[in-house]
Design a protein around this ligand. Structure first.
Ligand code: TRP
Length: 355
């Protein structure tokens, strides 16, 4: 949807909506919707990413939404230096995206460092938000603390505005993200609104799309996350997966139930099994019953390996073809550049800078 006057789905007021609400509104037709999502190329995508968000991207694309998928490479250097591995990770992300079923002919997969006009958009947007507002951002604060660096870099403080440029350059309506990203979406909506009020309306205010899938825990019972080292990588082998699941925390009650509040670790394995098999978690728990943690882990291992087998096979093929993965990123950058240049032209015109 390239027209700033067109309302985003879900009405004008709510800043985000859930998948259930979205499904109700779309009734299987997402053709008028533009979606932007992104990941930092810092390591292998894992089962938590897949069940929590990657699968939904494919569903949105299959429902006809226009998808922009961002390899957020400049965001990597908010809390670490760029290194040789960034190119590997970027290629790995593209391989993961294609392996799960994103069609590069219909989705624009690109790295933001390769789209100069997107980055230029950052300058006018930065003028619309204050340093104290950025200093209050709880996600930035948490990441700065976790980085272990003594002083906050200017990029760490301002990257939420860069993220706004990521979203606004293509006038995305919907941004599927985890709850930790809501403060950044608020920055995006704020600078969009301020620009439209200060100059002329150019931007749509995007909505966050919050996944219905409860977050998946890792082997140690904490949220599955690269930084916790508790993940099952999408590309992990079947035996490796079995070994990781064997090490998952459980509890001492032999009878398996689905009770996320009181039995988070056991319920997490039940949920992983259920999501991979397309079943209700309660049905999975009932079937295992008094089989205990060993039977549960066996079921989870089989479900994960079976579900990921075709994805892993495709990924292994793609990962060997670096030339192809680079070509996808180049083609995506070209398309994204066309969008970004058009948006930047409108922005400069609105600001009286079209000389
Ligand atoms: N900040 C996101 C993360 O850490 C990555 C990201 C960058 C992003 N730009 C984005 C996500 C735009 C959604 C939209 O995962």
């Amino acid at each position: 949807m390239a027209d700033g006057a067109h309302p985003a789905p879900g009405g004008e007021s709510a800043a985000h909506l859930t998948e259930a609400e979205l499904a109700g509104q779309l009734i299987g037709d997402a053709r008028q919707i533009r979606v932007l999502t992104g990941d930092r190329p810092t390591g292998a995508l894992h089962l938590g990413h897949y069940l929590g968000s990657l699968r939904n991207r494919v569903r949105l694309a299959d429902a006809g939404a226009e998808l922009f998928v961002l390899v957020a490479d400049y965001q990597v250097i908010t809390d670490r230096d760029a290194s040789a591995s960034i190119a590997d990770h970027a290629g790995g992300l593209v391989a993961d995206y294609l392996a799960i079923g994103l069609d590069p002919a219909r989705s624009t997969i690109f790295a933001h460092s390769a789209v100069p006009a997107l980055n230029q958009l950052l300058l006018p947007l930065m003028s619309l938000i204050s340093v104290p507002e950025l200093e209050r951002n709880p996600t930035t604060k948490a990441e700065a603390a976790a980085s272990g660096r003594p002083a906050l870099s200017a990029l760490m403080l301002t990257y939420p505005v860069h993220q706004a440029a990521d979203i606004l350059f293509c006038r995305a309506d919907l941004v599927p993200v985890g709850k930790d990203q809501l403060p950044h979406l608020e920055v995006t909506r704020t600078v969009a609104r301020r620009f439209n009020t200060r100059y002329t309306p150019v931007f749509t205010e995007p909505k966050a799309l919050i996944s219905d899938a409860p977050s998946v825990l890792g082997s140690d019972g904490h949220k599955m996350s690269k930084s916790h080292g508790n993940t099952i990588a999408l590309q992990a082998g079947a035996d490796e997966t079995a070994a990781i699941i064997k090490g998952f925390k459980t509890d001492t009650d032999r009878h398996i139930t689905y009770d996320p509040e009181h039995r988070p670790e056991v319920s997490n394995l039940v949920l992983i099994t259920a999501l991979c098999r397309g079943e209700d978690p309660r049905a999975v728990a009932e079937r295992i019953g008094s089989g205990g943690a060993a039977a549960l882990k066996q079921a989870a291992t089989e479900a994960v390996n079976e579900h990921l087998r075709p994805i892993r096979a495709r990924r292994a093929e793609l990962a060997g073809d670096r030339g192809y993965l680079s070509a996808i990123l180049r083609r995506g950058a070209e398309r994204a550049t066309g969008e970004a240049e058009a948006t930047l032209a409108r922005v400069r015109e609105a600001m009286g800078m079209a000389y």
